[in-house]
Design a protein around this ligand. Structure first.
Ligand SMILES: Cc1cc2nc3c(=O)[nH]c(=O)nc-3n(C[C@H](O)[C@H](O)[C@H](O)COP(=O)(O)OP(=O)(O)OC[C@H]3O[C@@H](n4cnc5c(N)ncnc54)[C@H](O)[C@@H]3O)c2cc1C
Length: 269
């Protein structure tokens, strides 16, 4: 439960309210993690919050995390500057099942700040590109200036990922797609029998993504989602993140859709 001190080695502004931090342990070992896991991150006395790891698991020397400033704790984290320090506990939680997906076509469907938690999985699958069929990224954001990691989209595409990006609305200078992320599912021309999917973003967006994939014939036990719930301890003790019979910090955040769908169907469970 005691956070370790990590030094802010680098900080990059991604969008108006979102920053990516590279952190190094003040002492001791670096953090090794699997794609999909998160840490409990804190700055000063402003509270501790779950934040997914967005870096490359094969470059664990620096812990990379991408944070959107929405409230007290995340604003305090985002005010931290290089040379300063943050508290880190973890890594915690379940992983995207990327080994199980070998041989399959894999769709990664992300909305807004849902892309950073999928980035470690995407980078790992790119590094093992030959083990997968098609890799298809479907990414939607509110507007062009809220797209995460736009400079990496080209590199991913050159590495054999089919990258489809859309925004909800844009000015005339935007030459890409406009519309919700689910519209990209039809464009991707999936082979449902070969397709598995990983999705992260607002829960309502993931529900629509799942519906779109199921419409195309993708089985719900081949769709995996990362859920967000109010978490306080991160280790399955406090019970704040309970969802039906599971604790999202311990058993999630990554679940098979077929497992969580019955619980998510019950309002305020
Ligand atoms: C497993 C997991 C991984 C996450 N990964 C990231 C990440 O990589 N980057 C990132 O920026 N955020 C991530 N989050 C969300 C982040 O934890 C919340 O934004 C944070 O807890 C807000 O705390 P706060 O004190 O800054 O704001 P608060 O004052 O607690 O809340 C400010 C606003 O954000 C809303 N909010 C608070 N917590 C959540 C939540 N868990 N989900 C949705 N809305 C929330 C509140 O309703 C309120 O409107 C993740 C959450 C979980 C559970």
């Amino acid at each position: 439960m005691v956070p370790r001190r990590f030094r802010v080695a680098a900080k990059r502004r991604d969008t108006a309210d979102t920053w990516t931090f590279e952190l190094e342990p003040a002492e001791g070992d670096t953090i090794r993690f699997v794609p999909g896991q998160f840490t409990m991150l804190s700055a000063g006395g402003a509270g501790e919050v779950p934040i997914s790891i967005s870096g490359d698991p094969h470059q664990p020397e620096r812990l990379v995390q991408t944070v959107r400033a929405v409230g007290l704790a995340t604003q305090a984290i985002c005010r931290s500057e290089p040379g300063g320090s943050l508290g880190v506990r973890g890594p915690f939680g379940s992983a995207w099942p990327i080994e199980q997906l070998e041989g399959a076509d894999v769709v990664l469907a992300a909305g807004g700040i849902g892309l950073p938690p999928l980035r470690p999985a995407l980078l790992t699958m790119i590094a093992r590109r030959k083990r997968y069929g098609r890799l298809v990224l479907l990414y939607g954001a509110r507007s062009p200036d809220t797209l995460m990691f736009p400079e990496e989209h080209v590199a991913w595409s050159e590495s054999g990922v089919e990258v489809h990006v859309t925004v909800d609305s844009a000015g005339p200078e935007w030459l890409g797609h406009v519309g919700v992320v689910t519209r990209l599912i039809n464009r991707a021309r999936l082979d449902p029998a070969r397709t598995s999917a990983l999705s992260c973003g607002p829960e309502v967006m993931m529900r629509f993504v799942v519906a779109g994939l199921v419409d195309q014939g993708v089985a719900t036990d081949r769709i995996h989602v990362s859920l967000e719930r109010n978490m306080q301890c991160g280790i399955g003790h406090c019970g704040h993140c309970q969802l039906g019979p599971t604790l999202v910090c311990r058993d999630g955040p990554v679940y098979r859709w077929s497992q969580v769908a019955p619980w998510l169907a019950i309002r305020e469970l």
